[in-house]
Design a protein around this ligand. Structure first.
Ligand code: ADP
Ligand code: MG
Length: 652
């Protein structure tokens, strides 16, 4: 061991890990409004320790010895200005004290520091990030933890004033026989927590639903009083639970301060018996988009807490919080059995179905609340569209989209299908990162002109599920930037009928121009053709039928670090546009080839820009642009005859 400093060989002073140290500094100097949350955090740790022991005692009842009544005791001492929280749970070894309370920063520590820096009042964040123990330093000038791990001979004392380091040494004779005692020497601003009445009120407020009984002893020598009975809320019948109690319990299981948006509470009976109490939060948990995508539903077996790490729900429901308590699972579920136990697999499936059906019900009953939910968690739910093909149809029913019909609002796929035009065979979508740029994309013009609705997809997951999904209601999904648009069969919304029936003739007109462009642009494009996709823009780029969607390709290229081959796009021309008509006439007449080539490069560049990209050769593009402007304003140098050269060489 390093850093041994005191007389006793087992006594040592250690520095806090750097992030923990920053966190402590924040706690010590905090001006947080809700300092009383420290009590909730310490009681929750004490109750966790009791639940862990209860679980271990299932297979080894001797662990409990003569002290089987697991409980938390909170003692106040007004004269000394102290508050003590003890539990007879698992306790901590010397190493555990050092690691858990000082040297190992958990992922929540850094996340908390970041979140708290951005918010004025971090006290609401403490429970969410798993940094609960350190919140004791909001109210204490010194914290002393004495702990004896279950079955251990030795007990250890940890102490710190929260400024940079802590000390561990062998505990004295008054150490608990088992478990942990946390004593806080309260600072001058926090003496109220040495008053039993304040403490009792705070416990009733924050900790009414911890699953272990909590007692308060007012001042040394006073009588213990049970403040929380430790019964599980979920076993009570629904009719006996107030919405306030549900909310408090939600706070307990989520560590969050918001209200549950939806509460799902039921008992399954039949082949298996289990109770489910789940909440959909109102706001996003901080770790919603963490790479490990773990859920945190707590699994109990006959009221014994087993784990909150069992992935009882699929990861696309990881925002759901709460409890599942089974009557039938074995208590000694091993890690492996969590993966393979058929009873648990059946619970998983049934509960997932139930959550989806409850959400569907909510969508029908309260559209406003549902769309709010969707705006918060839709991007996560959509992961299920490609991860869980079996549930795809159910998830499609729940999915909502911004569309060209209602760019601000949320439309369902049934809304979409109900509004499809005659002869429309596909569900069209556009993918992009920025909703407003997406709505302006030239690819959408022809759809808009025909009154065809297009889904506007801006979540990163959208690129993935559209590839996996076969279709909805028998209609395939079709990207507006991929393949032929085939919009011929659908008339323009404001057409008098005659304007649009000569598509084939127009395409013929442009054939010469297309061929010429294709030759000029070489392998920059895979094809040049006319399109019904466009209404007001002269040109746009699309992916060929065979290749991946352009947005998806871009996303993958970025993941590869920018480099990498992309399929050359198809350049589509709008035959209705005067510019394209004029170029076409010139091409058919065998007009000046060099100028038509210039036009090909300029149209390609303009389509690239509208796609949110830089022209493939910015320098050449710039020269051509300036040359064209000089021409337009009669400023071309006389010796060049006004025609920009093919190499773009028009200098000023
Ligand atoms: P969290 O409870 O989210 O893990 P905390 O900062 O509240 O974070 O606690 C850190 C760790 O310290 C706990 O995970 C636990 O291992 C340990 N710990 C804290 N209090 C106790 C206790 N009373 N008994 C046993 N272990 C405890
Ligand atoms: Mg904790």
């Amino acid at each position: 061991m390093t850093g041994e400093s005191d007389t006793s060989p087992a006594s040592e002073t250690r520095a806090f890990e750097a992030d923990v140290s920053r966190l402590l500094h924040m706690m010590v100097h905090s001006v947080y409004s809700k300092k009383d949350v420290f009590l909730r955090e310490l009681i929750s740790n004490a109750a966790d320790a009791c639940e862990k022991l209860r679980y271990r005692a299932v297979t080894d009842v001797d662990l409990l010895g003569g002290d089987a009544a697991l409980k938390v005791l909170v003692e106040t001492d007004k004269v000394a200005g102290r508050l003590t929280i003890s539990d007879n749970g698992v306790g901590m070894t010397r190493d555990e004290l050092v690691e858990n309370l000082g040297t190992i920063a958990r992922s929540g520590t850094r996340a908390f520091l970041e979140a708290a820096a951005g918010s004025g009042d971090g006290s609401g964040l403490i429970g969410q990030f798993g940094v609960g123990f350190y919140s004791a330093f909001m109210v204490a000038s010194e914290v002393v933890v004495v702990s004896r791990a279950v079955g251990a001979e030795e007990a250890w004392t940890w102490r710190s004033d929260g400024s940079g380091s802590f000390t561990v040494e062998p505990a004295g004779d008054d150490a608990p026989a088992r478990g942990t005692r946390v004593t806080m020497i309260l600072n001058d601003d926090s003496k109220e927590f040495a008053e039993a009445a304040t403490v009792e009120r705070t416990i009733r407020h924050y900790s009414a639903h911890v699953p272990v009984p909590v007692f308060v002893r007012p001042d040394p020598g006073g009588d213990e009083k049970e403040v929380v009975d430790g019964t599980a809320l979920w076993v009570k019948p629904k009719s006996e639970i107030s919405s306030e109690e549900y909310k408090e319990f939600y706070h307990f299981v989520s560590g969050n301060w918001d209200a549950p948006a939806f509460t799902i509470h039921y008992r399954a009976e039949g082949r298996q018996e289990y109770t489910v109490l789940l909440f959909v939060p109102e706001t996003q948990p901080f770790d919603l988009f963490d790479p490990d995508r773990r859920g945190r539903v707590r699994l109990y077996v006959r009221r014994v807490f087993i784990t909150d790490d069992a992935d009882v729900l699929p990861s696309w429901l990881r925002f759901v919080r709460g409890v599942i308590d089974s009557q039938d699972l074995p208590l000694n579920l091993s890690r492996e059995m969590l993966q393979t136990n058929p009873l648990l697999a059946a619970i998983r499936k049934a509960v997932t179905n139930r959550v989806l059906s409850e959400l569907e019900k909510a969508a029908g009953n309260d559209a406003e609340a549902y769309t709010k939910f969707w705006a918060t968690f839709g991007a996560v739910l959509k992961e299920g569209l490609y991860e869980d093909p079996e549930r795809r149809d159910a998830l499609f029913k729940l999915s909502r989209f911004h569309t060209t019909t209602d760019p601000e609002g949320w439309r369902s796929l049934s809304d979409y299908v109900g509004a499809m035009k005659e002869n429309q065979t596909a569900i069209y979508y556009a993918i992009g990162e920025n909703p407003s740029a997406l709505a302006e994309a030239p690819h959408l013009e022809g759809f808009r002109a025909r009154g065809i609705e297009v889904l506007l997809l801006t979540d990163p997951v959208d690129s993935f599920w559209v590839q996996a999904a076969v279709g909805f209601d028998g209609k395939p999904f079709q990207s507006v930037t991929q393949g032929k648009a085939d919009l011929d069969a659908i008339p323009l919304a404001d057409a008098d009928g005659s304007k649009d029936d000569d598509a084939a003739a127009r395409a013929g007109d442009v054939a010469t121009l297309s061929a010429l462009f294709k030759q000029a642009l070489g392998n920059r494009v895979s094809d040049v053709r006319t399109s019904d996709r466009l209404a007001t823009s002269p040109a746009c780029l699309v992916a060929s039928e065979a290749g991946p969607d352009r947005q998806f390709e871009r996303l993958m290229a970025r993941q590869r670090g920018g480099a990498g081959g992309r399929m050359p796009p198809v350049l589509e021309l709008n035959p209705r546009k005067a510019l394209v008509k004029a170029l076409s006439e010139q091409a058919s007449r065998g007009g000046e080839a060099a100028r038509l080539e210039e036009a090909a490069f300029m149209l390609l560049a303009s389509a690239e820009i509208l796609d949110g990209e830089a022209p493939s050769d910015p320098a050449a593009f710039n020269k051509r642009l300036l040359a064209m402007m000089e021409l337009a304003f009669n400023a071309a140098p006389a010796d060049r005859g006004g025609a920009p050269a093919a190499d773009g060489g028009a200098d000023g």
